[in-house]
Design a protein around this ligand. Structure first.
Ligand SMILES: *Cc1c(COP(=O)(O)O)cnc(C)c1O
Length: 391
């Protein structure tokens, strides 16, 4: 997509190169169109990049999270702790399996799940925690893993934002029993739609492969490569396969992932430099020194009394100037569908409630220019510091 396709600055633009297109075109000449050698190759490259023993490709991160729950045999009567400030799919995964999502409040600075809140939400029914590395900054995995060990819980990392982000020298996707990644167009790399599950557990890997393909004991590629046509159906599986052109695109994109992250970090730096020096009314993203932030999202807090008025006003003001911002996310406890999972007496989310009034995600993608960032930050500064917001 080129600049001339747009008026103004969109929230997101895909980054597809000539090499990406060539890879996809080549894959179309192959005998395999889905679930074949390109998918295997992508899985191998991905595992190598993240640093896990295994990676299993699926057709979305939603599918990845669902299979992760299935691989852990999570079902009716079980509870899974998820952050309140996340995308719906994180909480839906346990629900797909008949389990209950239990929402935990977040950290005021990083917007990641609060370890203290996890402890408060653990019950005898709790089976797993799904921490989300919000915006591309890893959660407190040391604390979360300690809690998981103490209470014998599984950890499934939702790494939809965090491909390439490091904590204690290791990439996200290495800490839980499994890590689930998204290749939706706005994410760090894309396969149009797509996802990946990383794991170091061979039994889990085998189970995931079976669940991904209809519960079959041997998939088409394995049958083709072997000498036996027979397969058994050993579990209730799905068709969550990734196609070959998607895998070809993903493999090509993966060769540029570090370049993309470098660009994101540089752009985040431009934003921070321009917005930070202007008083406490705009709070730039908090960064912990012991981990990397790869800036899938650049989320500011508009910190002022009557925040909501200011944040919503800023959103509209930017939209009026052709700049598309966004809010990540409306807390799940405020959404209609999740009301049935809340404990109305004891559930409270003071931090998520407060943050929700303040947060605004600014455009950030590898091809965003410094000049565009200047346009955006100039617009933000003049709105926040020069306009009078009335009651
Ligand atoms: C995007 C996203 C997902 C879902 O990814 P899909 O590939 O679109 O299914 C899950 N969790 C989080 C936190 C996300 O941002």
């Amino acid at each position: 997509m080129t600049r001339s396709d747009h008026e103004g600055i969109p929230f997101f633009l895909p980054w597809i190169t000539r090499d990406d297109k060539k890879a996809v075109r080549q894959s179309l000449n192959s005998r395999w169109l889905t679930g074949g050698p390109k998918v295997r190759g992508f899985e191998e490259e991905f595992a190598k990049y993240v640093g896990t023993k295994y990676a299993v490709a699926v057709n979305s991160c939603t599918a990845a999270l669902h299979l992760a729950m299935r691989a852990l045999s999570i079902g009716p009567g079980d509870e899974v702790i998820v952050p309140d400030l996340t995308f719906a799919a994180t909480a839906n995964a346990p629900i797909f399996c008949g389990a209950k999502p239990v929402f935990a409040d977040i950290d005021e600075d990083t917007f990641n799940i609060s370890s203290k809140q996890i402890l408060e939400k653990i019950t005898p029914k709790t089976k797993a925690i799904i921490p989300v590395h919000y915006g591309g900054q890893p959660c407190d995995m040391k604390e979360i893993l300690e809690i998981a060990t103490d209470y014998k819980l599984h950890v499934v990392e939702d790494c939809a934002h965090s491909l390439g982000a490091k904590y204690a020298g290791k990439q996200t996707g290495n800490f839980g029993t499994m890590g689930c990644f998204s290749f939706y167009p706005t994410k760090i790399i894309t396969t149009f739609e797509g996802g990946m599950i990383t794991t170091n557990d061979e039994k889990v890997e085998k189970k995931l492969r079976i669940l991904r393909e209809h519960g079959m004991s041997r998939n088409a590629l394995e049958r083709e490569l072997g000498t036996n046509w027979y397969y058994d159906v050993v579990d209730l599986g799905y068709n969550y396969r990734l196609t070959e052109p998607q895998a070809a695109l993903g493999t090509s994109q993966l060769t540029r992932v570090d370049d993309g992250i470098k660009r994101r970090i540089r752009i985040a730096g431009y934003y921070t430099k321009a917005l930070k020096s202007n008083g406490a009314e705009i709070v730039v993203p908090h960064q912990d020194s012991d981990r990397s932030h790869i800036f899938h999202l650049y989320t500011i807090k508009v910190s002022k009394s009557r925040e909501r008025t200011v944040r919503n006003g800023l959103f509209k003001n930017l939209a009026g100037a052709g700049i598309q911002a966004s809010v990540h996310y409306t807390p799940l406890h405020l959404m209609s569908f999740y009301q049935q999972f809340l404990d109305k007496k004891s559930d409270a989310f003071p931090v998520a409630d407060k943050i929700y009034e303040q947060i605004l995600s600014l455009p950030l993608y590898p091809t965003l220019t410094k000049k565009e960032v200047t346009l955006i930050t100039t617009q933000i500064r003049s709105f926040v510091y020069e306009s009078k917001v009335s009651d």
